[in-house]
Design a protein around this ligand. Structure first.
Ligand code: NAD
Length: 286
């Protein structure tokens, strides 16, 4: 297939590379010319604008930082895309933005899906992302072969915007677990208990989680190279809080976690991994 890809960053770049490996023709655009050159070096085609990346594509994928960038790019995809184009936005953005994009797309005869991902840079490189898809069932089926080149878990979770709502739920759970693991480390250390031994036990019991499995050692060693940056998690907690407001529900723990992530950012840790929530809990106790 001819695939137009807009947003060749930490995630988009390896995803585009996996589409090339799967035998697709990928025409990519990013505001960073360096990113576009990288794609060309892998055998893709470099475009000098969104319009150039979209023209002639059977499928367009966007992997952009946040809602404002999708609001800027999506109208161009919709206007310059072929009739019946399949447009898959894989960025993590507000559910309401995805719903609005889907409505605008439908009015122009473009089939739009929101398909945010979980699994980080590693998952993007290995093609093992978990993909949560919102949109019409027949469009999800049409996208399946492409999404299967990018991930190992792909679930149709509901209509337009539902993928983003599931991603917001994912991010509030991840943030909450990081916060509690950080509190466990602070408690163990303050009580004179070896945190490595303590967390090994937690990881094997009911408190066990992927975060404890993958991150407990680096957290105890205070290694916070990203990974997933605090800045992006701050954006995602904002999306979760806004989604809760829109749904008319109270999520008190989500509110607390959002404030802890905001504190991490305010303390200058925005470019560190989100496990650096530990620094905030430590600071509360120092
Ligand atoms: P990134 O900042 O590395 O990449 C975004 C890319 O979009 C950049 O290269 C930027 O130059 C480009 N861009 C910005 N505005 C543009 C525009 N108007 N036109 C064309 N290109 C534009 O971010 P990322 O880590 O790749 O994340 C992308 C999305 O995926 C975010 O929504 C993020 O929350 C989500 N996500 C990231 C991870 C992760 O571990 N990094 C994991 C899951 C989901």
């Amino acid at each position: 297939m001819n695939i137009g890809f807009v947003g060749l960053g930490i995630m988009g770049s390896p995803m585009a590379a996996n589409l090339l490996k799967a035998g697709h023709v990928v025409t990519g655009y990013d505001v960073s010319a360096e990113r576009v050159e990288q794609l060309a070096g892998l055998g893709g085609k470099g475009a000098s604008s969104v319009v150039e990346a979209v023209g002639g594509a059977d499928v367009v994928i966007t992997m952009l930082p946040d809602s404002p960038q999708v609001e800027e790019v999506a109208p161009l995809v919709i206007e310059y895309g072929k009739p019946n184009l399949l447009y898959i936005d894989m960025s993590t953005i507000k559910p309401e933005t995805s719903r609005r994009v889907a409505e605008q797309a439908a009015a122009a005869g473009v089939r739009a899906l929101d398909a945010p991902v979980s699994g980080g840079e590693r998952g993007a490189v290995d093609g093992t992302l978990s993909i949560m898809v919102g949109g019409a069932a027949e469009d999800v089926e049409a996208a399946r072969p492409i999404l299967e080149s990018l991930g190992t878990t792909m679930v149709h979770v509901g209509p337009a915007g539902a993928g983003q709502t599931v991603k917001a739920a994912n991010q509030l759970v991840v943030g909450g677990i990081y916060g509690l693991v950080a509190e466990a480390i602070v408690l163990l250390e303050a009580s004179g208990v070896d945190p490595v031994a303590g967390l090994d036990v937690l990881a094997g019991g009911l408190a066990g989680s992927r975060i404890l499995e993958l991150k407990r050692h680096t957290m105890v060693k205070r290694e916070f190279a990203p990974g997933f940056r605090i800045d992006l998690h701050h954006k995602d907690m904002g999306i979760a809080v806004a989604a809760a407001r829109e749904a008319g529900v109270s999520l008190p723990l989500t509110g607390q976690v959002a404030q802890l992530v905001a504190a991490a950012r305010a303390q200058g840790h925005g470019s560190l991994d989100h496990s650096a929530l530990l620094k905030v809990i430590e600071r509360l106790n120092a």
